[in-house]
Structures are given as C-alpha cells and as structure tokens.
Design a protein around this ligand. Structure first.
Ligand code: PLP
Length: 378
C-alpha cells in the first residue's frame, strides 16, 4: 500500500508547500546574478532589480506599499523583529493559539496569564513589567491558525486594539495565498509572511511594518532593508518568494482554493461516514479552505501519522515542530479539548495541486487503519 498508484501523496501543505515551478525558474535565473544588490555597478543593479521585483510581487499579493515590506530569513525572524522592540511596548495581549514563533517569546519573556480557551480576544495578557515607564500594549493575533485553519476576525481585533491604543501584530503566514489578506495588511500595524507556505523556498520571510512606525533592527550591519534587516539579501530565495507570491495571486484570482475547499469537504464527509465518533476541530468556524484537523480520542496523532506515512501519505500531528517531535497540541488544549483528544489529532492540509484521486486514496487508507483499530478493540 503506497499512496496513490505507488506514488506518495503529500497532504501537509500547512507545514510547507511544494516549490512552485515559477519559483524554481526564478531562483535558477537569480543564481546567475553575480552582483551584490548593494553595489552600484551594473551587476549590483541587476541583483537589486531581482529583489525589488520580488518585493513588488509580494506586496501585490499581500497589499500595502513596497516601502513597508522588509525581507527576512523567515516569518519567525519577522515576528522576533517586532516582539523584541525595546521601546515600543511592554505588554502583549495574544491569542493562546498563536504559533510558537510568537508564543514562545511571550511565554519566556513576560509572565503570562493563560486564558481558558483559544478564542480570539480571550487570550492572555501579560502584566506590565514593574519598574519601567509604561510603554504600551501590543496585540498578537494570527489571521489563521496553522493546526486547525480557524480564522480570527482580524477586523474586529484591529478595532479592539485601536480602542485600547494598542499596536496590532498579525501573523498572516498561513492565510497569505490561501485567502485574501489585503484587509489584514490594511488594519494591522505589523504582518508576518513566509515564502515556503505559498510555494516559495524555505528560509525567506517578510515583515510588513506600517510606514509611520520606526523599528529597531534585530541585526545591525550594512543597513540593508532600510536598516531593519542587515546582511546581504538572500537574492535567490527572495526571487523564489516573489515568483511564488505572483503565482499564488493568480491562483486566488482563478478561484483555485474554492476547488480545494470542495475537496477538503468531500474528504471530511467521507471520513464522517465511516467514523461517526471522529471530531472535526473548528469545523463550525470560518476556516482556511485547505485544512482539516481531525481527532479520534485514544488514537494518538503520532501513531496515525506513522501509520499513514507507511501507507504513503504525508500528514502531520499537532504542529510539526522543528525537532520533528510531536506533542499534545497546545492549540487543541487551549480550545477546551481534554489531554487525550489533544494528543489524538492529525492535520490534513491540501493545496492547489491536490487531486480528488489523492483524497479518495487517503480516505480509503485512513478507513482501513480505522477499521483495523476498531475491530481490534471490539
Ligand atoms: N506562523 C505560522 C502560523 C506558521 O504556520 C509558521 C510556520 O510553521 C510560522 C509562523 C513560521 O514561519 P517560518 O517557517 O517562516 O519561520
């Protein structure tokens, strides 16, 4: 049993999307650009043109002006650039379901009161650090969650932030390219993006900073990226990110994700028909079109991932963290699920090239494993 017709089936697009052919082509071309984008000679200007073309492509997808967009090594670095500002805020109010790149920083740096569930605006607020002049408040609420695909009401969050005189950092990494995020960029003060989630290469991200906000760069050096991200630009990676953003924008305009959502819904209906005890996490909420998070209490997510991997399918359990280890999903716990359910979830995430045949093959493989399990238990 291996995937579909002996080929593996990749259903882990939220972890990383396969490289788009447009991104590959742009990267191959950029590899031959010999100049440093900061050099004034023709070779340097040619490399600069590659970077600026990509900036325009990304800005066109996400909204906002090119002057507000800074390339980084990852969305994680973009998040840290905001979160480690020394003079902008001293208190962060964040959703408990934020990605680790936001969550771990808040937990480590400021003692936080954890809210009861993962619903927006019911997150945790850190007490102001004593002994300092109070600086201000930062809201950190993602546009969409990576594990469940559940979307936050960013416009309402931005309005609440404004009311409390707070700045708003929006992690738009999972939303960008799958749904329109121009509205996010319009209402948030900072937004995070990652190239590899939309078919660009891994290791390149972007931070959008509202034009009138002055930030301190994390890295100091040659003053690249308007002084916000020193270090010679990753010209090849940025070229791939730009081309992927342009292709993603075309997909959005062509309604490709409506087809993906239809496939996701077919998958959920098939699984539900065989396993009435299956939990579809966040199904009632507004979700990204490509994501389903399913939990069967007692069947560990980690075990499901391994069994499905052996059967030729790539999915993930909880959030796939860098070490490859899988732990109980903090997101599901925050949403009110018990520990057993929170360690029994898998995320199946589809993309523009996912086919109905792949979904059918996955549903059949999962059903076979499910039936084996239930017959053993009987
Ligand atoms: N934010 C979300 C919602 C993500 O899903 C991810 C990646 O998993 C990140 C941020 C981090 O992105 P990067 O891999 O570019 O650091």
């Amino acid at each position: 049993m291996t995937g579909l017709d002996g080929r593996r089936v990749y259903l882990d697009w939220n972890a990383t999307a396969p490289l788009r052919p447009e991104a590959r082509a742009a990267m191959l071309e950029a590899m031959d650009a010999v100049g440093n984008p900061s050099s004034v000679h023709a070779e340097g200007r040619a490399a600069r043109a590659i970077v600026e073309k990509a900036r325009a492509q990304v800005a066109s997808l996400v909204g906002g002006s090119v002057d507000e967009l800074v390339f980084t090594s990852s969305a994680t670095e973009a998040a840290q650039t905001v979160l480690k500002q020394p003079f902008l805020f001293d208190t962060v109010k964040a959703c408990v379901t934020e990605h680790d790149c936001v969550d771990t920083h808040i937990r480590r740096s400021i003692s936080a009161e954890v809210g009861a569930n993962g619903l927006p605006l019911d997150g945790y607020r850190s007490p102001p650090m004593s002994g300092f002049v109070q600086l201000g408040l930062l809201f950190a609420f993602a546009a969409a969650n990576n594990e469940t695909g559940v979307c936050n009401p960013v416009v309402e969050i931005a309005a609440a932030a404004k009311e409390q005189n707070a700045l708003y950092l929006c992690d738009a990494v999972q939303a960008a390219g799958k749904v329109g995020v121009q509205q996010v960029v319009k209402v948030a003060d900072f937004a995070l993006f990652s190239g590899h989630k939309l078919g660009g290469p891994k290791g390149v991200g972007a931070l959008r900073v509202r034009a009138d906000i002055q930030l301190e760069g994390l890295l100091h050096g040659g003053g690249q990226e308007k002084g916000l991200r020193a270090g010679t630009e990753n010209v090849v990676g940025i070229a791939g990110f730009g081309a992927a953003a342009e292709a993603a924008q075309r997909d959005l305009e062509d309604g490709v994700w409506e087809r993906v959502a239809a496939l996701r819904n077919i998958l959920e209906a098939r699984l539900e028909a065989v396993a009435p005890d299956l939990i579809f996490v966040g199904r009632e909420a507004e979700r990204l079109p490509n994501t389903t998070c399913i939990a069967l209490p007692g069947w560990k997510g980690e075990t499901q991932v391994m069994q499905l991997d052996l059967a030729g399918f790539a999915v993930s359990a909880g959030s796939a963290c860098s070490s490859g280890k899988v732990k109980e999903s903090r997101v599901l716990r925050a949403m009110g699920f018990d520990a057993v359910t929170a360690s029994s979830a898998i995320r199946v995430s589809l993309g523009p090239t996912t086919t109905e045949a792949e979904i059918t093959a996955f549903a059949e493989a999962w059903t076979t494993l499910y039936r084996k399990r239930t017959s053993r238990a009987a």
